[in-house]
Design a protein around this ligand. Sequence first.
Ligand SMILES: NC(=O)c1ccc[n+]([C@@H]2O[C@H](COP(=O)([O-])OP(=O)(O)OC[C@H]3O[C@@H](n4cnc5c(N)ncnc54)[C@H](OP(=O)(O)O)[C@@H]3O)[C@@H](O)[C@H]2O)c1
Length: 175
Amino acid sequence: MRVSLIVAVAANGVIGKDNDLIWTLRDDMAFFKATTKGHHVIMGRKNWESIPERFRPLPGRPNIVLSRDAAYASEGATCLTSLDAALEVAREAGEEEAFIIGGAQIYRLALEAGVVDTMYITHVERDYDGDTHFPEFVEAQWKAQPLFRHVADARNESPFEVRRYDRVALEAPAS
Ligand SMILES: NC(=O)c1ccc[n+]([C@@H]2O[C@H](COP(=O)([O-])OP(=O)(O)OC[C@H]3O[C@@H](n4cnc5c(N)ncnc54)[C@H](OP(=O)(O)O)[C@@H]3O)[C@@H](O)[C@H]2O)c1
């Protein structure tokens, strides 16, 4: 099973503010929907709660929510206490590509665990004021490929470029 991460990041690394998204990028939202549709999506409890109730669970996708509170439950989501357990649920369901959909704590958890094979990063080409940032990652460990770019227009308040990053296989140490 491939483990992918999908995120939209401002030029200054910001991804959110006051537990909410901060931009209107309809075509990026459409890319998110098309890319994750039909797949398990794994998110943090705060990200889940930031989605208006009428829009959750994200339709057509098994929604998995991580909380350290084993008693946490929310209608429409499978609530689990570890990333390993979440990935196991997806694997056992026969998933081919599970998506880590944030927020920052869960992106960091997945990157530090080294489980992410692919990242789909929307680079929003403007700085934004915010309180939540995407974790730093070592670019050399990833092979980047631009997928498409979008100009600012009536549906998208900033220009953005979507790139796919595939983890570069680590070389075996010379003996
Ligand atoms: N731009 C984007 O693409 C994008 C995407 C997603 C989200 N966001 C933004 O990101 C912000 C939310 O991110 P966030 O970092 O504050 O919160 P988050 O990652 O969505 O959720 C954090 C919660 O996840 C649970 N958690 C964290 N580590 C865990 C672990 N090791 N095991 C089990 N559960 C764990 C905890 O829940 P409990 O407290 O219940 O224990 C924690 O409070 C919002 O502003 C949102 O809009 C942006």
